[in-house]
Each structure stands twice: as C-alpha cells, then as structure tokens.
Design a protein around this ligand. Structure first.
Ligand code: GDP
Ligand code: MN
Length: 387
C-alpha cells in the first residue's frame, strides 16, 4: 500500500527527519488558510498529492512566487487527474495539494531502502545523481549507484556509512546528518513494515544541510493487520478501482491489458489458465482467483468485477471442484448472468466435485454458455470467440 508524500513526511517528522513545513489544500476555499500556516516570504512549492512520481516533469510540482501563482496551480490541478510516466493514460485524481516552504538546493541526492530479494536483505541505495530517474542512472552511470545492506538488527555498519558519505563528498557535519537520516529510515522501515522508502531528492541545501524534499513510502500489504495507524491512511481513490473492490471481497484480482476475462479458483490454476490463453494467442484481461472456497456470492462478485472492465470481450471460467461443488458454481454463474445482461461469450470448464450436475444445470439454463471439458479446448474456444 502506498502513502501520499504528505503522509510519508508526517512519518519522517515523527522519526526526527528534516522535512519542509507544509499545509494542505483540499478545496479552493482553504487556499488562504493553507498559506497562513506556512512562511511564504519568498514563495512556496505547490505539490500535487497523488500516488506517483514524475510529477515535476508534468507541472505537478511548481515553485509559486505569489498567491496568484498558488491559485492558478490549484485551479489547474485540484479535482483533475495527473498523468505521468508512472501512471496509465487516465492518470490519478488530485484531491489534495500540499504547499511547502521553499528550500534552496545546492545538490540533489538519491536515497532509498528496499527489500532486495537478490541479496536476501534490505538494501540501502544511495546516489549523488538524485532528482532523476534512478533506473536510468543505474543503466548509464552504474558507478554512481552506491549500495549497502542492512544487517539483521536493521542497521548499517558505521564504517560502511562513513565510506558512502565520503564517496558523496559530504563534510563532517553533513556526514553526521546523513548518519542520523539513515538511522531514522532504518527504524521507520522496521517499525512500520515498509517494503520501500525513497527520498528523491535528498538535497543538500544552500546552507549545507541535508533535507528530505520528496518522500515515498510503500507498506507491506501483508503486514497491515498489525499497522492499524497506517491502514487508515489508505486512499482508495489512488488505487485500481477493481483491485480495490476485489480486496474488499477477499478476491485476488489483478487487472491486465487483454480482453479475455478469467475466473478461476486457485492461484496456480489461474496462472495455468492465463498461460494457456496466451499459448493460443489470446490476452487475459485479468488474473482472478476466487479462492478455494468459491461460493455463489463470490462467483457473482467476480463476474461483476470482470464485466466492469470495458475491454472484456469474452469470459473463461475454469473451476476445479475439490471441496467446492461445481453445481453451486454453475448456479452462481447462471444467477450472475441473469442478474445483468451479459452480452459477451462465456466458456465454462467445470471439473471435479459434482461437475456433471453443474454442466447439466448450465445446459438446461438456456443461456449462451459454452461448456468444455479440457482446458486446451476451452482456451482455444474463447480465443476464437473474442476474435
Ligand atoms: P516528483 O517529480 O514527483 O518526484 O516530485 P519531487 O518532490 O521530487 O519534486 C520534483 C523536483 O522539484 C525536485 O527534484 C526538485 O528539483 C524540485 N523541488 C521540489 N521542492 C523544491 C523546493 O523546495 N525548492 C526547489 N528549489 N526545488 C524544489
Ligand atoms: Mn521525487
């Protein structure tokens, strides 16, 4: 789960990290209020709050020298969507704008902590080439990427930090600040079960101090049950609507680019189903695992999810009945189709527990549902039909 920059900065603050003073605008009426809460002598930086980076490149981060500038910025963004290289073509809604006190920058660094599967540890990545796309730096100037691993106490050895500080040409007091920031980041990462913490840019100000100008935090979804104070920070407006609804109903759903909706029970079978569709040159519109305990209600919700995707031109249902009874699934499918007028072809493969009875129900329903016994044939059929 991602946090907004302003939420991440609140956490940074709690951990003693240097961030700019901020105030938030959520509607056009509170611009003046927001301005009153910060020091606006030389201006401020207005920042769109959305779960994406690359805001700066599309005008979503702007230096405002006058109150008029702020008003223009708010008019331009509030209630609109922001599209960046990290979002899809639709972009993400802007419901909050943050005003930050101005920082004068002399250098932009990059710093992050990530779960690094390669080294089976949490890695710190630092670079003197901050503010830019770090993936690009990694490709063109790999020598500019410095790495260190956190040990099992969630700490980085002092010597290693000193070495990195030296490579970044930090002076003594900056090295001390750097040390403190790393220490805070490591504690925050551990305490809050993060999977990513990124500061890009981490700047050296004109006065020579280190300062966190941007903040990105991703919390491990699987740990949210024990991070109640973070759970309330979830902003559903920033998430894929279908993925969000699926989560509410305990379904695993991942939106994809294709046009064949898939409804499968079991993650492995769902993967196998997608592979088979691709084998016959089809493109799945989603991954959807209705779970080992698929019920009529879950099938109905799953159908609703799949059909809310405009790209879906056909549906493949692949259910293996172990504990779950195929006749109940069949009834769920029939009810779901009857409830809303489904006008795309549906191919159903039911195998296992009570599958004969399930197939019979589908055949007798008079609905345009095609039954197939083998996955290969079912996949071939749906690929053919969506063409
Ligand atoms: P992102 O583009 O979404 O990653 O947003 P950032 O928060 O990283 O802002 C983009 C860029 O705006 C930064 O790399 C800075 O160069 C610039 N910026 C942000 N805040 C300030 C500020 O207080 N002062 C100055 N001079 N530049 C800023
Ligand atoms: Mn940034």
């Amino acid at each position: 789960m991602n946090l907004h920059e302003y939420q991440a900065k609140e956490l940074f603050e709690k951990y003693g990290m240097p961030v700019s003073k901020r105030s938030l605008i959520t509607n056009k009426e509170n611009i003046e209020d927001a301005l009153d809460q910060i020091n606006f002598s030389d201006g401020c930086v207005a920042k769109v709050q959305a779960h994406t980076g690359g805001r700066g490149k599309v005008g979503g981060v702007k230096l405002c020298r006058s109150i008029e500038d702020v008003k223009v910025f708010v008019d331009q963004w509030l209630g609109k969507n922001i599209v960046t290289i990290q979002t899809d073509n639709e972009g993400l809604p802007v419901n909050v704008i943050s005003l930050e006190e101005l920082t004068n920058i002399s250098k932009e660094l990059y710093m992050s902590l990530v779960v690094d599967r390669g080294s089976k540890s949490i890695s710190m990545i630092v670079s003197e080439a901050g503010g830019m796309n770090i993936e690009e730096v990694a490709e063109t100037n790999p020598e500019k990427i410095l790495k260190a691993q956190l040990n099992s106490d969630f700490k980085i050895l002092e010597d290693e930090v000193a070495h990195i500080a030296k490579q970044l040409s930090l002076n003594e007091s900056q090295s001390k600040e750097f040390n403190e920031i790393i220490d805070s980041c490591c504690r925050l990462f551990k305490d809050k079960d993060l999977s990513l913490l990124e500061i890009n840019p981490l700047v050296i100000t004109d006065k020579g101090h280190l300062h966190c100008l941007d903040a990105k935090i991703n919390v491990d979804e699987n740990a949210l049950y024990r991070q109640e104070d973070l759970t309330v920070l979830r902003d559903a407006s920033q998430e894929d609507q279908r993925e969000y609804e699926a989560k509410q109903s305990d379904l695993s759903y991942v939106a994809l680019d294709g046009n064949i909706g898939c409804m499968v029970n079991g993650a492995g079978l769902a993967m196998g189903t997608m592979d088979t569709i691709k084998l016959y040159d089809g493109e799945p519109a989603n991954f959807l695992d209705v779970g080992g305990t698929a019920t009529k209600e879950r099938v109905s919700t799953a159908f609703q999810l799949i059909l809310s995707d405009k790209n879906v031109k056909g549906i493949l249902v692949n259910i293996f009945g172990g504990i779950v009874r195929c006749d109940l699934i069949a009834q769920g499918i029939i009810d779901a189709i009857k409830e809303r007028s489904v006008d795309v072809p549906i191919v159903v493969r039911l195998q296992g527990n009570q599958s004969d009875y399930g197939k019979e129900l589908l055949n007798q329903s008079g609905l345009n549902v095609i039954g197939e016994d083998s996955l290969q044939l079912a996949a071939q059929k749906i690929v053919e039909l969506v063409r």
